[in-house]
Design a protein around this ligand. Structure first.
Ligand code: PMP
Length: 401
């Protein structure tokens, strides 16, 4: 994880941000609305829309089947997209790794749990499951346990330990829990409710060099630099649609290091070629924009929102509480801020906020059973969001105090 020094304000990025915001047609067409739900799905810049149009008007065909130019171009496009994903993730050994396209993180995790994990584990092995993270990163592993049990292979599921106040993993407790039979650890890069970067390098330190780590990067790819070399993980699973590609896109990156080769089973049929074309364009766009700058911008906006909320007595902020006011120059919260009003139901608060033009997410956010019991409102930020939007939101929230 990168520490961000908020004493060096990111506001010098203002001009860069205005130029990027102008590239989102749906945003510029609705100046009275503020889209604050990028953690659910991201809006698309013009370059992605252009790539979709260009593909459908010049090359649309099936991949890996025909021998005429459109089909050949489509086959090449899918292969090039695999290489694009590897480069985007800073893959240090792309010749040995694999990329499998999916409809999103849910399908990616499910495919790994169904087609890879059962071949990797033996009777008596243990896996760690992040029980307060997104359900998509819990249920598939429990299903794999059931599938193995039906084959007479009994594995033990260890719930990931958490620090309750911050939503972070408890890395010390994890180190105590992990042993030689801990062969697989499912983790999340950035928590979709608490917004914290989950310190994956500390997970690696806690579980040792031999455990396979599978990273749910749904909330980090597209929002911050993600380097598989730095993170030292074995699988990265993400949603293309949260990284500005079309809905119905995602990928699993698999390092060729441990266990059997990842070969998704079954005949998948026609790939989402236009979605894959949009993913390549989205990753190109994000890289040119600079994921480090996107991270600085969204972290600074989230810090401003957190800071403002701390001064409003009616609200409780969930998860990581660090902010500028704590006197710390370092902010672990990424671009997600989730909170509750002490008297207004989160669903009602969502409606009230939309009447003022703010699109937020309000409910329990598909969090696993060990997570929150009551709903909350989640604000998730991206590069098109502005300081003015955050300040306007705080002003509206203040009136509800
Ligand atoms: N994991 C996390 C951390 C998420 O935030 C989400 C989406 N909210 C998912 C998994 C599921 O992603 P998708 O809907 O694209 O399958």
């Amino acid at each position: 994880m990168t520490d961000i020094d908020l004493t060096a304000p990111s506001w010098e990025l203002g001009e860069w941000q205005r130029a990027l915001r102008a590239q989102f047609p749906i945003i510029t067409a609705h100046p009275d609305l503020a889209y604050l739900d990028s953690a659910a799905t991201a809006q698309k810049p013009q370059a992605v829309l252009d790539a979709v149009h260009a593909y459908l008007t010049t090359s649309n065909a099936n991949a890996g089947r025909g021998t005429y130019p459109w089909a050949n171009r489509t086959t090449a496009l899918v292969e090039q997209a695999r290489e694009r994903v590897k480069r985007f993730l800073g893959d240090p050994a792309p010749e040995g790794s694999a990329v499998h396209f999916t409809s999103g993180t849910t399908e990616g995790l499910r495919t790994l749990a169904r087609d890879w994990l059962p071949h990797f584990l033996a009777d008596g092995d243990e896996i760690v499951v992040p029980v307060a993270d997104h359900e998509a990163n819990i249920a598939p592993w429990l299903e794999a346990q059931g599938q193995l049990a039906r084959q007479g292979v009994h594995i033990r599921v260890r719930p990931m330990p958490y620090q309750r106040a911050s939503g972070d993993y408890d890395h010390r407790a994890l180190a105590e829990l992990a042993g030689p039979r801990t062969r697989f650890v499912a983790v999340t890069h950035v928590h979709h409710v608490y917004g914290g970067d989950m310190n994956i390098h500390r997970v690696r330190r806690a579980v040792g060099p031999d455990a396979v780590i599978c990273l749910d990067a749904a909330q980090s790819v597209g929002h911050q630099p993600v380097s598989v070399a730095e993170l030292d993980v074995d699988f990265v699973v993400f949603s293309g649609h949260k990284a500005m590609a079309l809905p119905g896109t995602g990928a699993v990156w698999a390092r060729r290091a441990r266990g059997p080769r990842f070969t998704p089973g079954g005949w998948a049929g026609t790939p989402n070629t236009v979605g894959i074309a949009s993913l390549t364009a989205a990753l190109d766009w994000l890289e040119a924009a600079g994921t480090d700058r996107i991270e600085r911008w969204t972290v600074a906006l989230a810090a401003r929102l957190t800071e403002g909320l701390r001064h409003l007595d009616a609200y409780e902020i969930l998860g990581c509480q660090t902010s500028l006011a704590a006197g710390s120059p370092v902010q672990r919260r990424r671009g997600i801020v989730t909170f509750r009003h002490h008297a207004i139901d989160s669903g009602d608060l969502g409606f009230i906020l939309f009447s003022d033009g703010f699109m937020v997410r309000s409910d329990q956010h598909c969090q696993g059973g060990a997570g929150e019991r009551t709903g909350s409102v989640r604000v998730s930020l991206h590069v098109h969001n502005t300081v003015e939007e955050v300040d306007r939101l705080l002003a509206v929230l203040a009136t509800l105090g």
